[in-house]
Ligand binder design. Sequence first.
Ligand SMILES: Nc1ncnc2c1ncn2[C@@H]1O[C@H](COP(=O)(O)OP(=O)(O)O)[C@@H](O)[C@H]1O
Ligand SMILES: O=C(OP(=O)(O)O)[C@H](O)COP(=O)(O)O
Length: 394
Amino acid sequence: MKNITDFDFKGKRALIRVDFNVPLNDKFEITDDTRIRAAIPTIQYVLDNGGAVVLMSHLGRPKTGPEDRFSLQHLVPHLSQVFDRKVLFGDDCVGEQAKSLSANLKSGEILLLENLRFYADETKGDVDFAKSLAGHGDVYINDAFGTAHRAHASTSIIAQFFNEKGCGYVMQAELENAQKVLDKSEKPYTAIMGGAKISDKIMIIEKLLEKVDHLIIGGGMSYTFFKAMGGDIGNSLVEEDKLPLALELIKKAKSLGVDLMLPIDSVIADAFSNDANTDICMNNAIPSGWMGLDIGPQAAEVFSRTVRDSKTILWNGPMGVFEMENFANGTKAVAEAIVEATKNGAFSLIGGGDSAAAVNQLGYGSDVSYVSTGGGALLEYMEGKELPGVVALG
Ligand SMILES: Nc1ncnc2c1ncn2[C@@H]1O[C@H](COP(=O)(O)OP(=O)(O)O)[C@@H](O)[C@H]1O
Ligand SMILES: O=C(OP(=O)(O)O)[C@H](O)COP(=O)(O)O
């Protein structure tokens, strides 16, 4: 696979697929710009080497065409500031106005196209749509690692229309760091899984069991396991259809000799709010009307001890609703243990939008080995799956 330094951008337009799927607040301000900052070196390289840049991305999961809250226009002021120049905006990624802007783009200029997912053809991987997009550039660069597990028009199908195609710095660094863990995971190897996307992640647990020594399961996904074992979980997050799979995973861990660790206790609340009444409770006996929103102090202690003694650490998914101060302690404790282990020589890889946000919010972004811009993409890669966005560049 070629990378960005293999091309001469002088007088050419680089069409760069980035993952600018960033969180916005209700005023459409960016609350975490990690993915934008990550893409700077790739964009800057093209500009410094005499090229023009056309950026394309998705934002969120719009279902029915254009919607203001998913418009990439909201990112233009921030991008203009970051690159210290006016960033042009194509208000329809395949419309006449966008085509005219990209056709007349001069060296040193940046054009951002509107959300690709305003067209269902993007996620369908439509060939004609991909061909229209391809018209915006002379060289195709994919730097959207976070979306590389999707076989979409802009991430994979489009590549066939270019002789010159390759990856950007983000994609390259992500693959190298993930590969480090795949190739040489020094033991003890601990994977920590949490968060809320249970069905997205429960499948990877099975794969991870074949590689890790300890598998810590916290956050929203842990309650599915307790319920599967017959515990009372009150109103905690659960995916009923995954109960048999949870039991199977517990059995598989046992047979492989993997230490599958579930939180002993939880911080429970009587409402999904930072102002709710709270209590500490054993995890198999959560009263009805209450829900587990963070791992409890005992669990935090046990998990931290295991993490501190590990040499390879993979973390995806917070231990609780860390966005609310009263339920952030578990995530904080685990993050601190990861930082300590890293200081003692462990390799720590953190993935997932919310996990990365938690680490950055705590100020630990540079105290871990690598913070990935991908969640699902990283997990699929760690599972051993080929990523369509990478395959297309081959
Ligand atoms: N016990 C819990 N109950 C409900 N939501 C939870 C719980 N623990 C964590 N969460 C939520 O999970 C979300 C992150 O989940 P997820 O998207 O799976 O992680 P990531 O983005 O790191 O892959 C956070 O918004 C967090 O508030
Ligand atoms: O945020 C993303 O993935 P993530 O939630 O797994 O980190 C990517 O932008 C992919 O988005 P998608 O899961 O809507 O295809």
